[in-house]
Design a protein around this ligand. Structure first.
Ligand code: APR
Length: 235
């Protein structure tokens, strides 16, 4: 990013691709989750109303799986950037795993929810949760058996949009890592960031649906391109 002065505030959008090398399935593309399961069966409020067991079993499986996975070099590189960069580094993730946090990042915004939370639809409290929900355990706060996965399903509103909007407004550099650009509102952040004056960089295995909006695209596995980018930035 040659001529550009050093960015102060960096906003990094991540998607399933950053966790792929940790052994967590992505959603689209060969063998992706949405090839194995129909979105309409497991990732909509209607699906939960229609067949809660199918949905709870699906997320119980995902919740158990992520706890067997470890952060990779890309997660750790972003944590290093947060620690050593003079300006603000904010990770806005579409991912519902906890690999950014286990990789050492603190400023992480989960816009699509988290596997390791259960959301009580009776008292509206979200509780840390690592076990299954299929047996309808009671809410640790109100005791009601009305817990659901704390995941933003299709048709539901993403979390923390105000905080994300403020981070984008303050960003000098917007970087997108490991996302196909298939799902809004996240897929629209690059255009918003540009309009707000930020430089834009894409780091991905392949060009995404929004590649044309980025000043620069670097292709390759996240563990390599993210680490190289952070090493270059921190010198
Ligand atoms: N390194 C970098 N990028 C990778 C890697 C890798 N090792 N492996 C895959 N990718 C890229 C793919 O090329 C693809 O562009 O990651 C992207 C993954 O895209 P998706 O599977 O569509 O995942 P994502 O963009 O995060 O999906 C967005 O859709 O299903 C919903 O709510 C869900 O948060 C999710 C949202």
């Amino acid at each position: 990013m040659g001529a550009m002065t050093a960015p102060q505030n960096i906003v990094i959008l991540t998607g399933a691709g950053i966790s792929a090398e940790s052994g967590i399935d992505t959603f689209r593309g060969g063998g992706g989750l949405w090839e194995q399961h129909r979105v309409e069966d497991v990732a909509t409020p209607e699906a939960f109303a229609r067949d809660p067991d199918l949905v709870l079993r699906f997320y119980d499986m995902r919740r158990a799986a992520i706890q067997t996975r470890e952060p990779n070099a890309a997660h750790r590189a972003l944590a290093r950037l947060e620690r050593e960069w003079a300006g603000q580094v904010t990770v806005v993730t579409q991912n519902v795993d906890d690999l950014h946090e286990r990789g050492g990042s603190h400023a992480v915004i989960h816009m699509h929810g988290e596997h390791l939370n259960a959301w009580c639809t009776a008292c509206d409290v979200r509780s840390r949760w690592t076990g299954p929900l299929i047996d309808r355990p009671p809410c640790p706060v109100c005791g009601t058996r009305a817990l659901r996965p704390d995941i933003v399903w299709f048709g539901e509103i993403p979390y923390h949009m105000d905080a994300i909007q403020s981070a984008l407004a303050a960003a000098d550099l917007f970087v997108s890592i490991g996302t196909s650009g298939a799902v809004y509102p996240a897929a629209g952040f690059v255009r918003l960031a540009r309009e707000l004056g930020a430089a834009t960089l894409e780091l991905n295995l392949e060009r995404s649906q929004g590649s044309a909006w980025f000043d620069e695209t670097r292709l390759g596995p996240a563990s390599a391109v993210v680490t190289a980018w952070v090493d270059a930035l921190l010198g």
